[in-house]
Ligand binder design. Structure first.
Ligand SMILES: Nc1ncnc2c1ncn2[C@@H]1O[C@H](COP(=O)(O)OP(=O)(O)OP(=O)(O)O)[C@@H](O)[C@H]1O
Ligand code: SF4
Ligand SMILES: [Mg+2]
Length: 356
């Protein structure tokens, strides 16, 4: 059974001049225990997707269409108070800065015990025992003593371990982790990601992991969703998306495929910029930057469609469209010219014009 279903999710921000559509019909699933990575350039809508799922969209941002279902139950229409028991109990959250999740005035033990007791039917002593166990599991040394320390008495990496313990305290089914290591020292980022993966797998918790780091995605995730301009460009198993990307945007991002034996690399830079929310082009949102654009891309928006082992929102993969294959030939011609090669006679006459 699916744990989380996001169907045609639309998030909008009304303002004085109209309405900005920041997420435009996002659809994806997360299975129990699965780790789904979410990547894409800054402003693609990754954090908003996470915020919509945990019910923490900042007003005036609102879900304006579609549905979010957790274990088959709709949660997008619950409102802040009705979401409270679900947030924490069923969905845990980890943000970039551990201090945003911790109250500086309370010991970490008090915060853990309160979270455990507000969601699970256990007494104070049992909750404290569980809290110590969680701190031990997340690699806090001398957890019996450290439980009575305040957040400022922990280093940044140790604080994020505490936040992971807090997110797991009520045994949620899903953790939304938004750039959980970006604010941490590079030397400890890998440890924290490994810890997150290990403790979630042990407990069967699924994770939606938002990150810019393809090395992290490759090492940690089962599947990955690539976002662009508030839409999903491609989604599929990690290995296939990295090594056989079907969407030209993913191919661009993967221009520097991370080498697991060397230092981590970030996503490749692609020429041009993602469009502003009030200027998303008609048709495929990626068409101004795409080296494979053809006529249809300028007028019709592609939905996710099967593309080899993944699904991509790209007309090149429309099996029902005879022009898609022709466009592929034209695109290869374009690539060949770009690479300075002599084009083959059949590729030299693109059947569909390639617009750059
Ligand atoms: N409060 C807001 N009001 C208006 N627009 C907003 C608001 N919050 C986010 N947006 C817009 O929604 C879009 C998506 O934002 P989001 O924070 O989800 O991006 P992101 O993919 O997480 O980027 P980053 O990698 O920089 O964290 C952006 O264009 C952003 O400007
Ligand atoms: S639909 Fe067209 S513009 Fe969009 S990614 Fe595919 S080829 Fe490029
Ligand atoms: Mg973000």
């Amino acid at each position: 059974m699916t744990l989380l279903q996001v169907k045609d999710l639309v998030v909008e921000f009304p303002n004085r001049r109209g309405t900005l559509r920041a997420l435009d019909r996002i659809s994806f699933d997360i299975a129990p225990g699965e780790i789904l990575g979410v990547v894409g350039e800054s402003g693609a809508g990754k954090s908003l997707t996470g915020a919509a799922i945990i019910g923490l969209l900042e007003p005036p941002g609102r879900v304006a269409g579609g549905e979010i279902l957790l274990e088959g139950q709709r949660i997008d229409n619950l409102g802040f108070e009705a979401m409270r028991p679900i947030r924490g109990r069923k969905i845990g959250a980890i943000f970039q800065d551990p201090l945003t999740s911790l109250n500086p005035l309370y010991t970490v033990g008090r915060q853990l015990v309160e979270t455990i007791r507000s969601h699970l039917p256990v007494n104070e002593a049992e909750a404290r025992k569980r809290a110590i166990g969680l701190l031990q599991d997340t690699g806090i040394p001398a957890a019996e003593q450290r439980i009575d320390h305040f957040p400022h008495q922990f280093s940044g990496g140790m604080r994020q371990r505490v936040v992971i313990a807090l997110a797991l305290a009520a045994e949620p089914k899903l953790i939304v982790a938004d750039e959980p290591t970006t604010a941490l020292d590079v030397s400890i980022q890998a440890q924290i990601i490994q810890l997150l993966k290990q403790v979630c797998k042990e407990r069967g918790a699924a994770v939606m992991l938002i990150t810019h780091d393809m090395g992290v995605i490759a090492e940690t995730c089962d599947r990955v969703a690539v976002m662009y301009a508030g839409r999903i460009a491609e989604i599929g198993p990690v290995h296939e998306v990295i090594h056989q990307p079907a969407h030209p945007y993913t191919s661009g991002l993967m221009g520097s495929i991370p080498d697991m034996t060397s230092d981590r690399e970030r996503l490749n830079q692609i020429d041009g910029a993602m469009p502003r929310l009030n200027a998303i082009p008609t048709g495929c949102a990626y068409n101004p930057r795409c080296p494979r654009t053809f006529a249809r891309c300028l007028v019709e928006r592609p939905e996710l469609m099967h593309a080899g082992a993944t699904r991509a929102a790209c007309w090149l993969h429309d099996a029902a469209d005879p022009h898609a294959g022709q466009a592929e030939i034209a695109a290869k011609h374009h690539d060949a010219l770009a690479a300075g090669e002599r084009a083959t006679p059949e590729a030299a006459e693109p059947i569909v014009e390639v617009t750059r």
